[in-house]
Design a protein around this ligand. Structure first.
Ligand code: GDP
Ligand code: MN
Length: 394
C-alpha cells in the first residue's frame, strides 16, 4: 500500500526524521498557518511531480490560492490531484537520494544512497551508476549508529550535518523494519543553506499482508482506501465484474486463461518486442458474462490494436470459452484482430463451435484466428505482436 507524501511525512515525524513545516490544505483558513514562501505540492502516487507541474512555489497567500486552484484541476498520469500539501520552502544547498527497498533477487533489504538527489534514481542508475552506493542490511542485526554516519560521510558531509544525516539514515531503517515496508525513499534529502538536513519528499510503500500488525495506521487515517482511489475507469469496471485486471501501456490486449499465464504472456510479449496493454485473469472457470466483460475491456481500450488470447482448458472448458467468444463476436462484431490459441479440456467440442460459426459467417470471423494445440504459444504471441505493431503503426 503506497502512502501519500503527507502520510509518509507523518510517519517520518514520528521517527523524528526532519521534514519541512507543513499542513495538508483543507480550507482557506489553513493559509493563516503557512509560512511564505511556500511549496504547494499535489498529493499523487505518481512520482516526477516536479516535472508534471504538481510541485509549485508561492511567494505569498495570494499566489498560494492560485496555485492550489491550479493543482486541484491538474490530472497527473490519469489521476486527478485531490489534496494539496503546503510546506515552508527550504533553501537548498545540495540534494541527496536515500532509498530502502527489498532486493528481490538477493532476498535482503538494501539501502541505496546517492549524492545525485532530486532526479529519478533510475536516471542516475543509467547515466552515473558510479554515483550510487548500495548496502545490504541484515534484518536480524541491530543497526549501529556509525552505519548512518558512514553513509553521511560518503555524501561528503561533515560536522552537524553529518551527524544529522547519519541519524536520518538510521531512523529510516528503523521505520522500514518497524512498519514492514517494501519501500522507504527520501528524494531529495536536502542539505539546506543553513546546513540543516531535511526530507523534502517522502515515499513509503507498506506490505499489505502486514497491515494487521499496525492497527494504529487506521486510527491515523491511513488505510487501504488509497489504491482504490487510483484505479483507472477500466480497472474499476473489471473489479466490479469480478475480473482481476491491471492497465498497462502497450498495444497488445491480453485475454489469457489464468493469472500465471497472464503474467507469462506479458513477459513473452515483451520478449518478442511487443508491449502488453493489460494484465488480466479470468479467475477460475469464468462465466459467459465474465468472458464477455473481459473481451469488452480490451475492445473498448483505444490503445489495444490486437488481442492475444489463450485458453488452456482445465477446470474451465474450451467449449464454454468458444461459446462465449462466438457469441461475443456475433453480438458485437469486434473490429480488432484476435490472435488466439485454444487447447485442452473439451478442445474438439470447442473447435466445432468455432468452425460452425465461421462457416455461418466467414466475414465476421476473418480477423479472428484460433490456433490449435499444435501451434506453439510462442508463435501465436509473435503473430499478435506483429499484427499489433502493424496496426499501431510502429
Ligand atoms: P517529485 O518530483 O514527485 O519527486 O516531488 P518532490 O517532492 O521531490 O519535489 C520535486 C522537486 O522540487 C525537488 O527535487 C526539489 O528540487 C524541489 N523542491 C521541493 N521542495 C522544495 C523546497 O522546499 N525548496 C526548494 N528550493 N525546492 C524544493
Ligand atoms: Mn521526489
Amino acid at each position: 500500500m503506497r502512502l501519500y507524501e503527507h502520510e509518509a511525512k507523518f510517519l517520518f515525524r514520528r521517527f523524528k526524521i526532519p521534514t519541512p513545516e507543513g499542513i495538508l490544505y483543507r480550507t482557506p483558513a489553513d493559509l493563516d498557518m503557512v509560512a511564505f514562501p511556500c511549496v504547494v505540492k499535489g498529493q499523487t502516487f505518481v512520482g516526477g511531480r516536479g516535472k508534471s507541474g504538481a510541485v509549485q512555489f508561492a511567494e505569498n497567500r495570494h499566489e498560494a490560492v492560485i496555485r492550489i486552484d491550479e493543482l486541484k484541476k491538474l490530472v497527473v498520469a490519469g489521476y486527478p490531484v485531490e489534496r494539496v500539501l503546503l510546506e515552508r520552502k527550504v533553501d537548498i544547498k545540495k540534494e541527496y537520494y536515500l532509498g530502502l527497498v527489498i532486493d528481490r533477487i538477493r532476498h535482503e533489504p538494501v539501502l541505496i544512497a546517492s549524492t545525485e538527489g532530486g532526479v529519478d534514481i533510475e536516471e542516475i542508475a543509467r547515466h552515473r551508476p558510479e554515483a550510487i552506493v548500495k548496502c545490504s542490511l541484515d534484518p536480524q542485526a541491530a543497526i549501529e549508529p556509525f552505519f548512518g554516519r558512514k553513509i553521511a560521510s560518503l555524501f561528503g558531509l561533515s560536522g552537524e550535518a553529518l551527524t544529522a544525516c547519519g541519524i536520518v539514515v538510521n531512523r529510516m531503517i528503523e521505520l522500514f523494519f518497524e512498519y514492514d515496508c517494501k519501500l522507504v525513499e527520501i528524494n531529495p534529502l536536502a542539505l539546506t543553506v543553513e546546513d540543516r538536513i531535511v526530507a523534502l519528499d517522502a515515499k513509503i510503500d507498506l506490505d499489505d499482508d502486514a497491515l494487521f500488525r499496525h492497527p494504529e495506521l487506521k486510527e491515523w487515517g491511513i488505510e487501504l482506501r488509497h489504491e482504490i482511489g487510483e484505479f483507472t475507469e477500466r480497472e474499476k469496471k473489471a473489479r466490479a465484474g469480478g475480473v482481476p485486471y491491471v492497465d498497462l501501456d502497450g498495444d497488445v490486449g491480453c485475454f489469457p486463461g489464468g493469472a500465471g499465464f497472464g503474467i507469462a504472456a506479458i513477459d513473452l510479449i515483451a520478449h518478442y518486442g511487443g508491449r502488453a496493454a493489460n494484465f488480466m485473469d479470468s479467475g477460475g472457470a469464468p462465466t459467459q458474462a465474465r468472458l464477455k466483460l473481459m473481451l469488452e475491456l480490451l475492445l473498448e481500450n483505444p490503445k489495444v490494436t490486437a488481442i492475444f488470447g489463450a485458453r488452456f482448458g482445465g477446470i474451465s472448458r474450451c467449449d464454454d470459452w468458444a461459446k462465449a467468444v462466438v457469441q461475443y463476436v456475433i453480438e458485437n462484431k469486434p473490429a480488432k484482430p484476435m490472435i488466439m490459441r485454444m487447447a485442452g479440456n473439451m478442445e474438439e467440442e470447442g473447435r466445432k463451435i468455432i468452425e460452425d460459426a465461421i462457416a455461418d459467417n466467414p466475414a465476421l470471423f476473418k480477423n479472428i484466428k484460433i490456433y490449435r494445440y499444435d501451434t506453439p504459444i510462442e508463435e501465436v504471441i509473435q503473430e499478435a505482436v506483429r499484427v499489433a505493431k502493424e496496426r499501431t503503426g510502429g
